[in-house]
Design a protein around this ligand. Structure first.
Ligand code: ZN
Ligand code: ZN
Length: 113
């Protein structure tokens, strides 16, 4: 699944490491987190370029990767979608983002408690 047809993936989704990919697919049970259909695309919720040089490695954590079907992946590269997915991951898996050094890139769009 991880090596599937990802020709249309934008940003740095192609860089998702196999080990992280497997972990995320298992977490999401291979289902698109938007619609529940089979998911073929691991997607970086926040793109690498938003992390800055120093924090780039944080992009490749499971907290920042979500399984999506092709259709929802194609709609996932807007700021609104990124905030929505981050919120979804936070609620579904109790991830904590508020203290992440890169969260500021989202500005007021991200609802920090
Ligand atoms: Zn979907
Ligand atoms: Zn993507």
């Amino acid at each position: 699944m991880c090596q599937g047809e990802r020709d249309k993936a934008t940003d740095s989704d192609r860089d998702v490491k196999q080990s992280i990919c497997e972990e995320v697919v298992e977490r999401d049970q291979g289902a698109c987190q938007d619609c529940g259909r089979a998911a073929h695309d691991p997607h970086h919720v926040i793109p690498k370029s938003w992390f800055g040089k120093k924090n780039k490695h944080l992009c490749e954590r499971k907290e920042n990767i979500i399984c999506l079907c092709r259709e929802h992946h194609n709609q996932a590269h807007t700021k609104a979608a990124r905030v929505r997915h981050l919120t979804l991951l936070r609620e579904r898996y109790n991830y904590v983002y508020d203290s992440q050094p890169w969260i500021g890139a989202l500005g007021e769009a991200y609802p920090v408690d």
